[in-house]
Design a protein around this ligand. Structure first.
Ligand code: NAP
Ligand code: GDD
Length: 396
């Protein structure tokens, strides 16, 4: 698991944000095992915070993204503490907040997959929507003074015209988007009704090598690596024309933290301002690995074919050749409704938070492709070593 170094310019620009000012501050992160939770935990630890994370009990390990920063709690140096809980369990949330007494709470836990939210609308409403209310109530009832970050989403804008900013009306196009709109308003209600320091970060899509494997970017880079190593023949996708404003997750967790360092609570859009289609993402990712794709056919019959192969891809799977079809459409990945065009306007964040994205689209695509290829290369080297060892053993 790669570790990010946070040496961002933001941290030097505000007096309240120096490492010493942050020393011994306590943060609670829900969703710490997710993409954003893991980067945020690293960021806060690097600033001297004690970090508490809520994790779900699972029959298999679900802490892979944070294993590299975990230290045994018996160790006097330990600064990261994990607690079992669930967004459906109000009693545990209240106890946890009362016992930990965090200065800052970053609420990132959610059923975060938009396509899945159509299959599980009620569950998504419960976790992604009501979950926020449970946490806000837990804060209110425990009587703790804390700052609260709500992970709001550009999916709330739905088909409202771009560029979308803090004033753009919400027109969600999915159960997930509707649940996030509800949670957004609950955070605002607690801010306005109870004077709570509650903020909404309205984040546009952000990706990384730690992105969940079923989101379109990671699904693509992971499949590409597997195709390169001859482990997979094809990549099946849904809507290729949808456009997203894709940023880089480590940049976005800095914005979350900055929002909680302001004098007054407020809501902010976080985005790059650039938008690209799914097809553009796929083209760029494959090109970076040495496979130029051309598209043939229309709609459900559209296919991504190898136009040319360059040396970047060496060694090639022996059977791969120009004209092979690597990408097909599977209508299972279409959604009953889809958001076609997202492009954020983050000028308010630029002005008030002094936040700007550092890693842009092209660089992010390369980072993700390189990481998935490297992971498989390392796995292959391990397998080669094991094979050699067992060959030697059988000869003894
Ligand atoms: P993610 O990788 O899917 O992580 C979701 C986290 O929530 C995981 O730690 C998951 O735990 C936890 N979780 C899910 N259900 C839970 C429950 N019932 N109780 C406790 N924890 C639960 O999501 P992400 O990409 O890091 O996104 C973080 C947040 O930002 C989410 O709220 C998401 O909706 C929102 N958001 C994301 C983006 C984006 O582009 N990434 C953009 C805007 C907003 P397990 O590991 O056990 O599953
Ligand atoms: N997941 C997925 N899988 N999406 C596909 C596929 C596929 O095979 N093929 C095409 N797409 C299209 C989707 O239809 C959508 O238009 C676009 O790719 C992006 O899909 P996702 O990567 O699943 O992300 P999302 O935009 O739906 O949701 C993400 O961003 C939101 C912010 O706008 C999630 O991270 C949400 O949690 C987040 O709030």
């Amino acid at each position: 698991m790669e570790r990010t170094k946070f040496t961002g310019k933001h941290s030097r620009e505000k007096p309240s944000t120096s490492a010493s000012a942050s020393t011994c501050r306590k943060a609670l992160i829900t969703g710490i095992t997710g993409q954003d939770g893991s980067y945020l935990a690293e960021l806060l630890l690097s600033k001297g915070y004690k970090v508490h994370g809520l994790i779900r009990r699972s029959s298999t390990f679900n802490t892979e993204r944070i294993d590299h920063i975990y230290v045994d709690p018996h160790d006097s140096e330990a600064k990261l503490f994990l607690h079992y809980g669930d967004m459906t369990d109000s009693g545990q949330l209240t106890n946890l907040i009362y016992n930990v007494k965090p200065d800052e709470i970053y609420h990132l836990a959610a059923q975060s997959h938009v396509r899945v939210s159509f299959d599980m609308p009620e569950f998504t409403g419960d976790i992604t929507g009501i979950g926020t209310t449970r946490l806000l109530e837990a804060i209110r009832r425990s009587g703790i003074k804390t700052r609260f970050y709500q992970a709001s989403s550009s999916e709330m804008f739905g088909d409202s015209p771009a560029p979308q900013n803090e004033e753009t009306p919400f027109k969600p196009q999915s159960p997930y988007g509707a649940a996030k709109v509800y949670a957004y308003w609950m955070a605002r209600n607690y801010r306005e009704g109870y004077g709570m320091f509650a903020v909404n970060g309205i984040l546009f899509n952000h990706e990384s090598p730690r992105r969940g494997e079923t989101f379109v970017t990671r699904k693509t880079t992971r499949a590409l690596a597997r195709i390169k190593f001859g482990l997979q023949d094809k990549l099946y996708l849904g809507n290729l024309e949808a456009k997203r404003d894709w940023g880089y997750a480590p940049d976005y967790v800095e914005a979350m933290w900055l929002m909680l360092q302001q004098k007054e609570p407020d809501d902010f859009v976080i985005a790059t301002g650039e938008t690209h289609s799914v097809k553009e993402f796929v083209n760029l990712a494959f090109a970076h690995a040495g496979i130029e794709i051309e598209w043939k056919g229309k709609s459900k019959s559209e296919k991504g074919i190898i136009r040319s192969l360059t040396s970047n891809l060496q060694p090639l799977p022996s059977n791969m050749k120009v004209g092979d079809c690597l990408i097909e459409i599977d209508p299972r990945y279409f959604r009953p409704l889809d958001v076609e065009f997202l492009q954020g306007d983050a000028s308010k964040a630029k002005k008030k938070l002094k936040w700007e994205p550092k890693v842009r689209f092209k660089e992010m695509v390369k980072i993700m492709v390189d990481s998935d290829i490297k992971d498989l290369e390392e796995m292959k080297q391990c397998q080669d070593v094991i094979r050699k060892l067992s060959d030697n053993k059988s000869r003894q």
